[in-house]
Structures are given as C-alpha cells and as structure tokens.
Design a protein around this ligand. Structure first.
Ligand code: ADP
Ligand code: MG
Length: 328
C-alpha cells in the first residue's frame, strides 16, 4: 500500500529489513519468511494450528514512556501465554507496528526485546506490517497442538481442583505503584513489563488438565470464563492464593483481596484437574521448577464463591477487566 498514512516506502522497507528480517529462531517449517507478499509455512501433519492475536495500545496497555525493549518482550509474551493456555507449542509470530515516527533507536530496542523472547521459545517472526499513527503493537502467534490434546476452557467438572501457577497480583501492584508515582518493590516492575509466559507448563499439562486459561484480566474474571464455558461454579480459598511478600502486605493493609482476585496482567496459568491427579501435578511443578498452588475446587452450583480465612463465604462477580463495560 502507498497511502499517505504509511511511513515513506523506501525507509519502510529498509526499516523492516534492518530490524525485522531475522527475528527469533530459524525454523525449517518457514519456507518463506519476511520479505514476500505472504509468509509460506508448513504445519506438521496431524497437528492443529493454534492462533491468537493481541493488540497493545499506548495509554491503555502501557505507559507512553515504557522501555521499548520491555514492550517488545511483552507484546510477544502475551500471545505466547495464550498458546500456553491452550497446551500449544509456539512456532511463528507476525507483528503489526503502528508508530508516530520511525525512531531507529526505539525500533532496535523493541526488536531486541521481541527477539530475545522469540529465541527462548523457538519462535520465528515470519511477517507483519508497519504503518504511521498513534503507537500500537499487534502480535499474532501461531503454535501447534494435536487437536484432541488442546486444553479448552470448557472441560472443568464438579470436584476438580483449581490450580494457579506463580503468584497473583504482582503486575497489578506494579501498575498501582507506577500510576501513583510510588517506588516499586524489587522485582515488581519485571512482573508487569516482562511477564514470562508459562509455555513449558502449558504443554506439560496436555492430557492432565481438564480446563485451562491464562490470567490476563484477574483470577475472578478469568476463572469466570472457565466456569461459564464449563457450566459449573467454584469455591476459591483466599488463604490459599499464592502471594508475593509485597502483595501479601498490601492485602493485609487494605483488608481487601482485590489485588490478587481482580488485577490483571499476571500471565500465570489457571487450570483444573481431578483430585486424584494432585500428587502428579505437584511433582510436575517441582520438575519444571514452577510454583503451583491449589486455590479452590469446582462446584456443580454456578457462581464464584470465596472462602475467607475466617470461614466466611462471599459470592463474587466472576468478571475481569472489560474494555467496553457499558456498551454491550
Ligand atoms: P505488502 O505491501 O505486499 O503487504 P508490506 O510492505 O506490508 O508488503 O511488507 C513487506 C514484507 O515485510 C512482508 O513480507 C511483510 O510480512 C514484512 N513486514 C512488514 N512489516 C513487518 C514487521 N513489522 N515485522 C515483520 N515483518 C514485517
Ligand atoms: Mg502488507
């Protein structure tokens, strides 16, 4: 396209060549990558192609002064987290970048962050688009999973255990601190800006988890998606929620579980298994060096109920962040 909204055509192609023509791992299933009208890719026989697209918009998903290397990392990480939640193995990514101006220092840092994570998971950037406009980044990820082995949201059954990986609420606390101009506790910024997608855990749970989702919008909302898709309810034990020391301190000071229950951007996995599988899953967590906690149990009765350390139970809205809350 040669619409005036695009970056000038010569520099556009030069920038693509310079920054995006060899990002991530080289793969034999990429027959044609960046540089032609389409990428040409080969899906292994017998496997399904898992595809997910995410857009990050300045002011909505990141601060205008965000470190571009972190943004490159995060824009791929959120997609890899979706593949993990399906039990899929990552393979390829495409990238659509909208930039106010082609700043080469910024592009170099962005590509470095994106590429380091892509390399870590064997992902190749195979194509994309670049246009001029308010800063926004869209990444589509592609992965493989045997169709019968993909882990949907819809398989949770009454009495299943509910597990989460890692700790909850760290990204939400980082966001709260940054918005208030407060100092961040050590490690908190990375939890917001450099989430590590639980790719190994996701594929290790094939054949074990009955349902799975990644936590992008908060446990209550994302578990709510599993509950609705599976036509079940759940009881969550608040004392069992895995919390980092700073989040635990805030929960105690606020006397409120909002941070671990409803803040987003953690990119941990939430999944269900039968109770018999508890020792096997615990062993898997140790083998992968991935902290796993049972936080509750699936119930036949619909709705999400929390149980406080005092034993008191409360019905909570199984809803997370919604970009269009009053318009649908
Ligand atoms: P066309 O006009 O034929 O759609 P483009 O000018 O949009 O082609 O892109 C040229 C080539 O560069 C394509 O192979 C496209 O996939 C790739 N590309 C464009 N932008 C990016 C990007 N941000 N990252 C990776 N590849 C890109
Ligand atoms: Mg194009």
């Amino acid at each position: 396209m040669s619409a005036p909204a695009q970056t000038g055509s010569v520099s556009e192609f030069a920038l693509i060549r310079r920054f995006f023509s060899s990002v991530g791992a080289s793969r034999e299933d990429v027959l044609i990558g960046v540089g032609d009208d389409c990428a040409l890719l080969e899906v292994p026989p017998g496997l399904g192609l898992a595809v997910s697209l995410d857009t990050l918009v300045e002011g909505t998903h990141f601060f205008p002064d965000v470190d571009p290397e972190s943004l490159g990392h995060k824009s791929l990480a959120v997609g890899l987290s979706d593949l993990a939640a399906m039990g899929a193995t990552p393979a390829w990514a495409t990238l659509s970048l909208t930039l106010p101006h082609p700043d080469e220092t910024w592009l170099g840092a962005f590509a470095r962050g994106f590429s380091a994570l892509a390399l870590a998971y064997g992902v190749r950037l195979v194509g994309g688009d670049m246009t001029r406009g308010p800063l926004s980044v869209s990444v589509q990820v592609h992965g493989f999973v045997r169709p019968g082995a993909a882990i949907p949201r819809s398989g949770a059954r009454p009495d299943d255990l509910i597990w989460v990986s890692g700790t909850l609420g760290d990204a939400g606390l980082a966001l709260r601190r940054l918005a208030a101009g407060e100092a961040l506790e050590p490690g908190l910024r990375a939890r917001l800006e450099r989430p590590i997608p639980r790719v190994e855990l996701g594929s290790a749970l094939r054949g074990l988890a009955t349902a799975m989702i990644d936590l992008s919008d908060g446990l209550a909302g994302d578990l709510g998606h599993i509950l609705r898709a599976s036509s079940v309810g759940a009881e969550v034990d608040l004392a069992a929620l895995p919390l980092s020391p700073p989040v635990a301190a805030v929960v105690e000071a606020d006397r409120d579980w909002g941070l671990p229950l409803t803040s987003g951007d953690d990119y941990e996995l939430c999944f269900c298994t039968t109770a018999e599988q508890e020792p096997l899953i615990a062993a898997l967590g140790r083998a992968l060096n991935c902290p796993l906690a049972v936080v509750g149990q699936i119930r036949a009765a619909p709705g999400l109920v929390t149980r406080a350390p005092t034993g008191e139970t409360n019905a909570v809205a199984a809803r997370g962040y919604d970009h269009f809350p009053d318009e649908t």
